[in-house]
Design a protein around this ligand. Structure first.
Ligand SMILES: C[S@@+](CC[C@H](N)C(=O)[O-])C[C@H]1O[C@@H](n2cnc3c(N)ncnc32)[C@H](O)[C@@H]1O
Length: 175
């Protein structure tokens, strides 16, 4: 009995620590509304042969929709254990693991150079940190979509906010 309680507490500890770590590194887990996922992917004009990276992929809603509705190859990076496991299982159960890949880890430590489209719903601080990485790694023509948070010092090609109550999506294109 004590062993089970011990194992449960250890797992619980890792889950909480990984949530907190994600929050400290870039942003806590807050899922994007489904209508905004659609808005972001429409704005990205993603094509079937393109690759989308979602930085901090949460429950996988963006990468799954990018592959399901747009035929893209989609790759997510997630540091918090619970959303990672949830999205991993969901992708397997949906039989989408050929087109949708999910990596457990820190996106700051991964090369982003193969992306055609980057999506991020993070924080002002995280976007400031990512700006240098984007400038070093992303190829010309890559679209960067930041939900809510502007990249200071970059001029957005589009600020999408169709209604007053909508949150802005900033679309940037690497020159
Ligand atoms: C605001 S949520 C967005 C989730 C998802 N992209 C969406 O829009 O529904 C941010 C996510 O980024 C994850 N995260 C934060 N920093 C990270 C990092 N350095 N590497 C990987 N994931 C990170 C958090 O754990 C959280 O799940």
């Amino acid at each position: 009995m004590y062993i089970f309680v011990g194992i449960f507490l250890i797992i619980f500890f890792f889950i909480i620590v990984s949530f907190a770590y994600g929050g400290l590194l870039a942003a806590p887990y807050v899922p994007m509304w489904k209508k905004d996922v659609q808005r972001a992917l429409d704005l990205a004009k993603i094509k079937p042969n393109e690759t989308l990276y979602d930085l901090g992929s949460g429950d996988g809603r963006i990468i799954i929709e990018a592959a399901r509705a747009y035929g893209a190859k989609a790759i997510g990076f997630e540091i918090a254990l619970l959303p990672y496991i949830y999205s991993y299982v969901k992708i397997k159960l949906m039989g989408m693991h050929k087109d949708v890949q999910i990596n457990l880890g820190n996106f700051f430590e991964n090369d982003l150079g193969k992306a055609n489209v980057i999506t991020a719903f993070l924080s002002t601080r995280a976007m400031a940190k990512l700006k240098d990485k984007f400038e070093k790694e992303l190829r010309p023509g890559t679209r960067v979509l930041s939900f809510v948070f502007r990249i200071e010092g970059w001029e957005p090609e589009i600020i999408h906010k169709p209604k007053e109550k909508d949150l802005p999506i900033y679309l940037y294109r690497i020159k």
